[in-house]
Structure formats: structure tokens, C-alpha cells
Design a protein around this ligand. Structure first.
Ligand code: IMP
Length: 177
């Protein structure tokens, strides 16, 4: 099996991703000048984005990871309920936190995670999402830093999977079928 079998078209080429991520890193660095920051990455989809983004951040920055899953593994539709599969190690108390996500689709995942993290008394809590499938939104969620708004198509690559494959591709592609 090759990714080309599943690829309809490249939506965001690697160089465009990298350029936008550098811009986001610069914007975050400006906004948090003089502060310390904690980036919270939602696994697994956000990991490529986090690792590139953090290299463009110039303020003191820590990172931590959590894993959540929608009920109904393998489903392409988010059910509106999430389960914490792996929790954070670090305390959020009194810290400036940015939640780093690969994609906000219906918004249910980020809404549930934000609600949970807010109970841990961060000094501030913002959202940075590489992709925003705004057309599919079912709950209103804040996206303070957004890479790209994309159409209502199933995408993969650069952290996003097709049945656990092709997260390693350096671009975002639209899946066939
Ligand atoms: P939401 O709860 O509907 O916003 O879904 C968010 C999660 O669904 C993301 O973190 C992804 O794991 C997954 N997801 C949504 N759309 C896509 C897509 O087009 N490709 C791959 N994963 C997606």
C-alpha cells in the first residue's frame, strides 16, 4: 500500500505548512514576551505540529502531552464525548498554557479538553490549532492561533492519520473516497 493510493490531492504543501508554523511561532513569542509558557499537545495528531512550532518559540517554554479519544475508535465522526487515555504530568496551576491541536472539526474534543484543563487553575489557557474545518463546527470553541482554515474534506498527513497510517507525511493531503 502506498499513500498515493489514498491521496486525492495535496491540500497544503510542506513548505506552506512550515512557513505558516514559523509565523505562528513568532506571533506566540511576541504575545508571551517576558512570560513562560507551557504547550500542551494532544496526541497523537498534534505531535508533528508541536515539534515544529516549539522550535519557533523564543520565550521559555515547556511541553507536556495528553491523549484523548472520541468514543467509537476509528470513526471519522466525533461523538461529542471524549475519554482521557493519558493525562498530563505537569501541573497547570498559575501557568500560561496553550493547547496545541492538529485539527478542530466539530469542536467537541477541544471543548471537552478545555473544560477539563480549566479546572486545573491555569493563569491563562488558549488554543492553537493547525487546521480549522470551520464548516463542520457543532460547538463554539475559541481558536486563538489558527494555521489554516480548510474545506470539509477528510485530510491526512503531518500528524493526521488514515487508520493510523501516513502521519509521517510532510504535507496535508485530501483522502480519496
Ligand atoms: P472534533 O472533536 O470533531 O473537533 O475532532 C477532532 C479530532 O478528530 C482531531 O483531533 C482528529 O483526531 C480527528 N479528525 C477530524 N477531522 C479529521 C481529518 O480530516 N483527518 C484526520 N483526523 C481528523
Amino acid at each position: 500500500m502506498t499513500y498515493q493510493d489514498r491521496l486525492l490531492e495535496v491540500l497544503i504543501p510542506a513548505d506552506a505548512l512550515q512557513q505558516r508554523i514559523a509565523e505562528l511561532g513568532a506571533e506566540i513569542s511576541r504575545d508571551y514576551a517576558g512570560e513562560e509558557l507551557l504547550l500542551v499537545c494532544i496526541l497523537k495528531g498534534g505531535v508533528m505540529f508541536l515539534s515544529d512550532l516549539i522550535r519557533h518559540i523564543t520565550v521559555p517554554v515547556a511541553m507536556d502531552f495528553m491523549a484523548v479519544s472520541s468514543y467509537g475508535v476509528g470513526a471519522r465522526q466525533s461523538s461529542g464525548q471524549v475519554r482521557i487515555e493519558m493525562d498530563l504530568n505537569l501541573s497547570l496551576a498559575d501557568r500560561h498554557v496553550i493547547l496545541v491541536e492538529d485539527i478542530v472539526d466539530t469542536g467537541h474534543t477541544i471543548a471537552a479538553v478545555l473544560e477539563l484543563l480549566q479546572t486545573r487553575s491555569p493563569r491563562s489557557l488558549k488554543v492553537c490549532s493547525l487546521l480549522d474545518k470551520a464548516e463542520r463546527r457543532e460547538v463554539v470553541v475559541p481558536i486563538h492561533y489558527r494555521g489554516f482554515e480548510i474545506p470539509n474534506k477528510f485530510v491526512f498527513g503531518y500528524g493526521l492519520d488514515l487508520d493510523e497510517h501516513w502521519r509521517n507525511l510532510p504535507f496535508i493531503g485530501v483522502a480519496r473516497g
